[in-house]
Design a protein around this ligand. Structure first.
Ligand code: ADE
Length: 252
């Protein structure tokens, strides 16, 4: 997969793109990430990329010219099917959108700075506006990195073991199950017994149960479109709630 990121601050992206999982994916050729600076496409002695908003108001607005030219310069390398603008007014990023974007052969991601971009960029250039949450950052660079990392995890081979992705929160529509590692007991807190045995069916069932428990407690809004097996497990959780002397400990 190829991802082109347009930013006025390429240095903000350098280390994260070189480090850990992303860095390895790039090194292994599973992912190509190229960074383009729209300022290189701005005319004039000062290579200006922004101007005051028509109608007045605070802040500066990124102009159409450099952004259109920068995107058009990618035409030979990128299908330009999905041109994503990171923006707090976009569609909220979730695992479904991540999966959808990861299925594309390539993406262009625009990082806006200042008060935003000229509306004609959104209307005539951008195919998707994406937000990483209901808060405002100073620019789209950190949101772009969030998107790139989430998308790259979906590319086969990027995450060493596919099981890691398979147990990620949200991958199967619910939060992930709790995880434990050595030692088996720490300050009186024991690892659930089922995890210490080798019964994979029992471990799988326990994990799904605990994933549903965590989701019910923290994000009940996610408990939609469950399988009939999940409904049975949830019914068990409900029954457990009514009983004294928490079965939760016992089931661990
Ligand atoms: N740019 C500034 N804030 C943002 C947000 N919440 N999501 C995406 N891009 C942004």
């Amino acid at each position: 997969m190829r991802i082109d990121i347009l930013t006025l601050f390429p240095e903000l992206l350098e280390t994260p793109l070189r480090t850990s999982l992303l860095g390895r994916a790039v090194e292994d050729g599973l992912l190509t990430v190229a960074v383009t600076n729209p300022r290189d496409f701005a005319g004039g002695r000062h290579r200006t990329v922004d101007d005051e908003p028509y109608g007045g108001g605070a802040g500066m607005v990124m102009q159409c010219g450099p952004l259109f030219a920068a995107v058009e310069s990618l035409r030979d390398r990128n299908s330009l099917r999905r041109i994503v603008l990171m923006s707090p007014r976009g569609r909220r990023l979730d695992q479904n959108l991540v999966r959808e974007l990861a299925a594309e052969p390539d993406l262009v991601i625009l990082c806006a700075r200042y008060e935003g971009v000229d509306e004609r960029v959104s209307r005539a250039l951008v195919t998707d506006e994406v937000s990483i949450g209901d808060y405002v950052l100073s620019g789209g660079e950190l949101p772009a990195l969030v998107l790139v990392e989430a998308v790259s995890r979906m590319i086969p081979g990027v995450v060493g073991k596919w099981e890691s992705v398979d147990t990620d929160s949200f991958y199967h529509g619910v939060l992930g199950p709790p995880q434990y590692t050595r030692p088996p007991e720490f300050r009186g807190m024991r690892v659930p017994e089922v995890l210490l045995g080798g019964n994979h069916a029992a471990i799988g069932r326990w994990r799904r149960m605990e994933a549903l428990r965590a989701t019910r407690e923290r994000r009940p809004d996610l408990l939609e479109n469950l399988t009939s097996e999940d409904m049975d497990l949830l019914a068990e959780l409900e029954a457990e709630r009514g009983r004294p002397n928490t079965d939760k400990e016992k089931s661990q």
